[in-house]
Ligand binder design. Structure first.
Ligand SMILES: [Zn+2]
Length: 668
């Protein structure tokens, strides 16, 4: 292993011992074109001012601002929760609204690391000044508790106090890595020290109802080298699973991942975002301590999730009730919850496991999440968002207003501009801003490319520094060209991920087929040679339209198929179908096979749509009956139509619609 240099990006391990591959940061990998570069640009130009505006409008910043004492005063004003006795300071929004501010700060910080900006830097400094003025002398910071609405550490099962601090720490670390400045890190560190003082060395034996502090503390340990943060992260993993949280309301210990000790857990359970933030922390603690039982638990849970609790579009957490994972194969497409944050959290777990193992299955999962649910979570204008993400919608009427926490009654059909519980939009922002960090890795043997997009990258290998340039129209087609700009001083291996959906990938170097390119056990084509500047590697991944079926135990979609092409999951949406065709009464005829069709301008971008032979079913013979005795069912009838499928991530950009991913197969 080459010595590890800290990266500008999330997850910068201090210890190299457990890393199969080293991360590269957003200053090492620059996204230069294509849909992701476009999104990064809009993330800065549209989403950022939109989010900053909403944080003011919904009171999130004001809640903190109100805590600042008068100018020249020694410290913040305190309500009953801190100093005691005073009238509560009015608080707007949910009790964990501070976390929205912290998360936006993290997003802005990564974006500053990507491309500096005076305007963004000012926005960060202004918000940091608000936090500094609100922070108690001992480092404690929480507008709801300080405002007197709760007593410090008194209701950890619900209060989200460590959760909010976790997001503050992540913001401070991001800002430090991106800018080298301590402005935000100092605030975060004082907050973390306050937690260490009160919790470390088992001074308290409980933890927060909502994980994230664990992975945040590990990142702070990485940034500062301070063992206390890592030790506390481990302690907070250890205490969980022993019923330390006193459940309130109708959620039980399973919801809080507090029913089973983390090392004994076999599958993901409970609130999906909590489960996966916790799992990210588990892998982080493993990466720094080497405790194998933690990695084994994470792998077991990830494998179970991947095989039995994940949707084709990358959604996880199927139940509205408790925003939770369901049982194995409980994956209804119309009633799926599929919170955007849960899919983002799955990316965070997969990325850590990829670093630990170097196996492509984790990059495959990240790709599925990124190109499908994650991309669909935001409007093409990038200023409206899905909190929960349907995989099927039966009606085109507008959904009930959802600028609050999502309602169980109905899946949303259009994206609200913001939410009272605004966890998802800033989570999307920070992921988009730091996307370059998920593209490639390096180690002593060479460079591994996990995601294909136009980019430049610089990496340290055993053969010295290398520079590469990647050009592609992926995922419109499967051709990727990697040009060596700086080749290193000796032979090294370029590893190119062969996605799990891909059959028959071929590779050439300078136009000549490479017979020696080997598909390694980890799922990568590996080319080892002495590289020279100007060498061109061309990877070709055939991208036929595929018909996909779910595991036979997924009762909700048995007998149906979905369309995929490359990493893209398709859906049928009502605006693209012939007049009079109701997507609730259609079936797909697989012969001839559905065909890909390029559209140069679909919703403002080049897209490959898929046309398929279908039957618009006539169910009149059922005559209003809901069921029939087998053998007496009415003969199937209908007319032939051409159905059009579009990439799922583009749905719901043309008003309320009927949409489905899985469609029944026509059987006469
Ligand atoms: Zn969310």
């Amino acid at each position: 292993m080459t010595p590890l240099t800290p990266i500008v990006g999330p997850v910068s391990p201090l210890s190299t011992e457990r890393l199969a591959v080293h991360p590269l940061g957003i200053t090492d990998v620059t996204v230069t074109g294509g849909p992701w570069a476009r999104w990064q640009r809009l993330n800065r130009d549209v989403t950022t001012p939109h989010a900053l505006g909403w944080l003011e409008r919904d009171g999130s910043v004001d809640n903190l601002r109100k805590l600042a004492g008068p100018p020249g005063d020694a410290g913040p004003v305190g309500g009953a929760g801190s100093a005691g006795g005073a009238e509560p300071v009015p608080h707007r929004g949910l009790w964990f609204s501070d976390s929205d501010v912290h998360k936006v700060l993290e997003a802005l910080s990564w974006d500053l690391g990507r491309v500096p900006s005076d305007q963004l830097a000012r926005a960060v400094h202004d918000l940091a000044a608000v936090l500094r003025a609100a922070q108690e002398q001992d480092g404690y910071l929480n507008s709801y508790v300080q405002g007197g609405h709760e007593v410090r550490w008194d209701n950890l099962v619900m209060s989200h106090e460590l959760y909010c601090k976790g997001h503050l720490i992540q913001a401070g670390v991001a800002h430090k890595r991106s800018t080298g400045e301590d402005t935000l890190l100092d605030i975060a560190r004082r907050a973390a020290d306050c937690v260490v003082r009160d919790f470390a060395e088992n001074r308290r034996k409980d933890t927060d109802g909502h994980p994230i502090i664990e992975m945040a503390l590990v990142e702070l340990y990485r940034e500062t080298g301070e063992d206390a943060y890592l030790n506390l992260a481990k302690q907070l993993l250890d205490v969980r699973g022993h019923g330390v949280l006193d459940p309130k309301g109708h959620f039980d210990s399973t919801y809080y991942q507090d029913a089973t000790p983390i090392r004994d857990q076999t599958t993901v359970v409970g609130h999906a975002v909590r489960a996966l933030y916790l799992l990210s922390g588990v892998v982080d603690v493993y990466l720094e301590t080497g405790e194998r039982a933690l990695l084994d638990s994470a792998l077991r849970q990830w494998e179970s999730m991947q095989a039995t609790k994940m949707y084709l579009n990358g959604a996880v957490g199927s139940r509205f009730d408790g925003e939770a994972f369901g049982d194995a194969y409980e994956l209804p497409p119309d009633l799926v919850y599929g919170e955007t944050c849960a899919t983002i959290a799955s990316i965070q777990v997969s990325w850590r496991l990829l670093l630990a193992t170097g196996e492509s299955r984790f990059a495959d999962s990240i790709e599925r999440a990124l190109y499908n649910l994650f991309a669909a979570s935001t409007s093409i204008g990038r200023d409206a968002f899905f909190y929960n993400n349907p995989a099927q919608r039966r009606v085109a009427r507008p959904a009930a207003p959802t600028e609050t926490r999502p309602q169980r009654a109905e899946a949303p059909g259009t994206r609200p501009r913001w939410f009272a519980c605004a966890c998802c939009p800033p989570n999307i922002m920070r992921t988009v801003a730091s996307l370059g960090a998920y593209v490639a890795t390096c180690n002593g043997t060479g460079v591994q490319i996990h995601q294909y997009l136009p980019a430049t990258l610089t990496a340290q290998t055993g053969a010295g520094p290398v520079n590469l340039r990647m050009a592609t129209r992926y995922p419109l087609d499967g051709a990727v060209e990697v040009t060596v700009a700086q080749g290193g001083e000796a032979a090294w291996t370029l590893a190119l991920r062969v996605p799990d959906w891909c059959r028959g990938a071929t590779v050439t170097v300078n136009g000549r087929p490479v017979a020696s390119a080997v598909a390694g056990s980890a799922g990568y084509l590996e080319i080892r040679r002495e590289w020279r500047a100007g060498d061109v590697v061309a990877l070709t991944m055939p991208m036929p339209v595929r018909l996909t079926v779910a595991h036979p135990s997924v009762d909700a979609v048995r007998g149906t198929v979905a369309i995929e092409r490359g990493p893209i999951v398709y859906c049928f949406e009502s605006p693209d179908q012939p007049d009079g065709v109701d997507l609730n009464h259609v079936e797909l005829v697989p012969d001839p096979p559905p065909a890909a069709e390029s559209r140069e301008d679909f919703l403002g971008q080049p897209v490959v749509v898929v046309t398929a032979r279908g039957i618009a079913r006539d169910d009149a013979a059922w005559d209003g009956r809901g069921w029939a005795t087998l053998g007496e069912t009415p003969a199937a009838a209908g007319r032939e139509v051409t159905l059009t499928a579009i990439p799922y991530h583009l749905w719901a950009n043309r008003g309320p619609s009927v949409m489905r991913i899985f469609i029944p197969m026509w059987r006469r």
